[in-house]
Design a protein around this ligand. Structure first.
Ligand code: SAH
Length: 364
């Protein structure tokens, strides 16, 4: 009898194509079986192994015994008045994560989470205020994509890692997830259609650029170390000068520019002084600045600046010949905007039967 050689049962979406090929060889199968499986999982988006009729009954039985098809269970979806959709998923240990689908036809951008909570404790971010629970597995990241695509009538065209967590603090699983999302025989996303947002974990940024040079968005939020360290404690480890150096070195896809995200907080980092310092700081780079007026959340100690102040800040940057856009916050009414995701607040009992997922899916 052939044996999976795996301990406890895991989700098949944790495996890259080359790992599945090796596994098939171990099982005495031909490696092209792995490519067939990838096609079923990521092109056909199957909801059951029984749909894989081109695999022998025997192989199907072995796969079923060795692997779960799903890494996460769909719980519910909220739709904003602007069309943004927020999906809540339950993890096997009862934690929850959220993913957000932002329609901007013909673009449909999926925002993925990489951690339950976040350890960084940026002073303005709701996710950070909830603390850190754990890293997501690659399969739990990839399955957000698969399940949102199964539930959505529009084809997802872009992926951003801007959901819960700091992606570059979950490097190993993030890289596996990227490998799977980019795989030409599966989801086949292009590097150009993936953007990763980071606070600037410099060594991991270097490795990302080396192995998976996707678009980069860097959360800056302040042009000086003192202010940035107040807002983002991680700045005490990775400060502005080496961060800008790492951005200059980063190998972007052709004709792409780094994005700097800058949350504008009333009376904290939104004065003309900061706008001028910011334009000096980013001058050595081909970049664009995305200004995000602060989104308040439960228990927030900050305020959003007036529209006039936001416009003034933008005008100073533009005058210095720096591209600066104001991010229109999407999904505010369903708490789906930047810094508002809080799936980790909930912890479900782990005995929600897995068929709940299908029942809910059908009910949509
Ligand atoms: N940890 C990564 C990925 C999260 S992306 C990062 O920080 O880049 C989420 C973006 O929303 C980040 O730029 C974050 O700083 C920003 N953000 C967090 N809280 C916010 C808030 N209350 N209002 C507006 N933007 C916020």
């Amino acid at each position: 009898m052939r044996c999976s050689k795996l301990g406890e049962k895991v989700c098949i979406k944790n495996f890259t194509l080359s790992e599945l090929e090796k596994l098939m060889i171990d099982w005495g199968e031909r490696p092209f079986r792995a490519r067939q499986i990838f096609h079923h999982l990521y092109v056909r988006l199957i909801g059951s192994w029984d749909q894989c009729t081109d695999l022998s009954n025997n192989l199907r039985r072995e796969i079923k015994e060795a692997f779960h098809l799903e890494a996460i269970s769909f719980i519910s979806k909220l739709t904003s008045s602007d069309g943004t959709e927020k999906f809540l998923f339950k993890l096997p240990d009862g934690y929850a994560v959220e993913s957000v689908l932002i329609p901007d036809p013909p673009r449909y951008t999926l925002c993925l989470s990489t951690q339950v909570g976040c350890p960084l404790k940026c002073s303005f971010c709701y996710t950070g205020s909830l603390g850190f629970k754990r890293n997501l597995k690659a399969g739990e990241i990839v399955d957000q994509y698969v399940q949102v695509q199964q539930l959505s009538k529009n084809r997802i065209t872009n992926v951003v890692f801007m959901g819960m967590g700091e992606p570059l603090l979950n490097e190993a699983e993030l890289f596996r997830a990227l490998e799977i999302l980019l795989e030409p025989r599966g989801i086949n996303l292009s590097h150009r259609r993936i953007t990763l947002s980071t606070v600037g974990i410099i060594p991991a940024m270097d490795r990302l650029g080396k192995h998976y040079p996707v678009n980069l968005a860097v959360s800056l939020h302040a042009p000086r170390d003192d202010l940035r360290s107040d807002l983002m404690p991680i700045n005490r480890t990775y400060s502005l000068e080496p961060l800008i150096e790492a951005c200059i070195k980063y190998p972007l896809p052709p004709r792409k520019r780094i994005t700097f995200e800058y949350v504008l907080i009333d009376g904290v980092n939104d004065s003309p002084r900061e706008a001028k310092e910011l334009s000096e700081l980013v001058r050595p780079l081909r970049c664009k600045i995305n200004l995000i007026p602060y989104n308040p959340h439960e228990g927030a100690k900050y305020r959003r600046p007036s529209e006039a102040k936001v416009n003034e800040f933008q005008a100073i940057l533009q005058k210095a010949h720096i591209t600066a856009t104001i991010r229109e916050s999407r999904g505010i009414d369903i708490q789906a905007a930047c810094g508002q995701l809080a799936g980790s607040l909930r912890r479900f009992s782990t005995n929600i039967p897995s068929h709940t997922h299908h029942a809910l899916t059908k009910g949509e």
